[in-house]
Write a protein that binds this ligand. Structure first.
Ligand SMILES: NC(=O)c1ccc[n+]([C@@H]2O[C@H](COP(=O)([O-])OP(=O)(O)OC[C@H]3O[C@@H](n4cnc5c(N)ncnc54)[C@H](O)[C@@H]3O)[C@@H](O)[C@H]2O)c1
Ligand SMILES: [Fe+2]
Length: 372
């Protein structure tokens, strides 16, 4: 039986925050990070709540790649607050941290016979992880990034407001935009792909190809900025339903060990991963379909794969994204010394199951060596 799930109501555009003026809520727990507080981005939300006399407790102790410790600390504050509405505001890190807090708190509450669930609203400030519409959250422990997936982590409401992404720096635009592209391409070739997810994925891919470099070069351009916010969300819908692949498994494993931005890691390895997966005939055909949708006319699948890999590299280098893991600053000795552990994590990552191509440890070791 197929299941295509689109859960949150998505409020988008300039007036999208108005939904906060209409909800019947009394007490809000808001999860964010320090930058959002410093840049006063959260004030756009807290001012509306204040004007309605709604109490809001802000938890901002979330760092990029949220850890189990940050989540446990947040759970204690969430329980003490006992809100009827939880708002996650930020990039993927605060949204994922918030999802994990809600998920584990609900599990504990259920076990002791309490079934009250607060309304959950996600407001993304990057474009991005698409976390506002996915059932995924990624939690980082000492040297592992663990993706969790449960429909309980799907927000009830997502708010895409262009105001919230105005303060993004070009380098964050580049990293998070390439994350969107990775989500959409991995969803398009995944084992659980279907016509619903393909349509969302192709829409996101076309938008990233059309608008990301311009958004990077000129962040104040409004149309491009808004398009990328929607592309991020569309890619999220695609991969939440179709899954991802080894591009993400590798990025998770390396991200937890070497602390590089998630989107940048995805971008650095994407062209090689595409060529690696294209040894599977179906995957090669799907990559060709992607470049055809982008307006190219390859004569064979293999040519389509080459065009896609090159087009991605070209865009990445235009935005100053390094070409290899060594250029990204991953220390050689540690990388090769920890190779077996890295491969273990890639094999066990939830995203690997949806990858279009199976591989042996020797093949993965070769890919990781080539990526360096
Ligand atoms: N849940 C999912 O479906 C999913 C999918 C992909 C990745 N992830 C996870 O999400 C995390 C990455 O999220 P991300 O790429 O959105 O970055 P992030 O949330 O880690 O933020 C990166 C940096 O950008 C800053 N930032 C965010 N919004 C800003 C704004 N509007 N203006 C200025 N600065 C801003 C943050 O303060 C932070 O310093 C990783 O942990 C990754 O593994 C989750
Ligand atoms: Fe991602």
């Amino acid at each position: 039986m197929g299941l295509f799930q689109i859960k949150p109501d998505i409020h988008y555009g300039a007036n999208s925050l108005d939904i906060l003026r209409t909800l019947e809520i009394e007490k809000v727990f808001l999860v964010t990070d320090e930058n959002m507080v410093k840049l006063k981005v959260i004030n756009k939300v807290t001012n509306i709540l204040k004007s309605r006399g709604i109490e809001a407790k802000v938890y901002s102790d979330v760092k990029p790649d949220p850890t189990d410790e940050e989540i446990i600390k947040g759970m204690l504050e969430l329980s003490a607050c006992d809100p009827d509405c939880v708002i996650a505001l930020g990039g993927g890190s605060p949204i994922d941290a918030c999802k994990s807090m809600i998920y584990f708190t609900n599990q504990i509450k259920r076990a002791i016979g309490q079934n009250k669930k607060p309304k959950f609203i996600a407001i993304p400030t990057t474009s991005g992880t698409g976390s506002e519409v996915t059932s995924y959250a990624v939690v980082t422990t000492k040297d592992k990034k663990i993706p969790l997936s449960d429909s309980e982590m799907l927000p009830d409401i997502a708010i895409l407001n262009p105001e919230f992404i105005k303060t993004l720096s070009p380098s964050i635009i580049a990293d998070t935009g390439m994350d969107v592209l990775t989500h959409a391409i991995e969803a398009y070739v995944s084992k659980s792909r279907n016509l619903f997810t393909n349509t969302f994925a192709i829409g996101a891919i076309k938008t990233v190809f059309a608008d990301l470099v311009s958004n990077f070069e000129n962040p104040q351009l409004e149309k491009e900025r808004i398009n990328l916010q929607i592309a991020s969300c569309m890619a999220g819908v695609a991969f939440s339903n179709a899954g991802l692949g080894i591009n993400h498994s590798i990025a998770h494993s390396l991200g937890a060990r070497f602390h590089k931005p998630h989107g940048r890691l995805n971008a650095v390895i994407m062209s090689e991963v595409i060529q690696f997966n294209a040894r599977n005939k179906n995957a090669a055909k799907y990559y060709r379909e992607i470049v055809e949708a982008l307006g190219f006319s390859p004569k064979e699948d293999v040519e389509g794969v080459e065009i896609l890999a090159k087009a991605i590299k070209m865009r990445a280098s235009k935005m100053g994204i390094p070409n290899s893991l060594s250029e990204l600053g991953i220390p050689k000795e540690q990388y090769f010394a920890e190779m077996e552990g890295i491969i273990d994590q890639i094999e066990n990552d939830m995203c690997t199951g949806e990858n279009p191509r199976r591989f042996s440890r020797i093949e993965m070791k070769q890919l990781l060596t080539d990526l360096y």
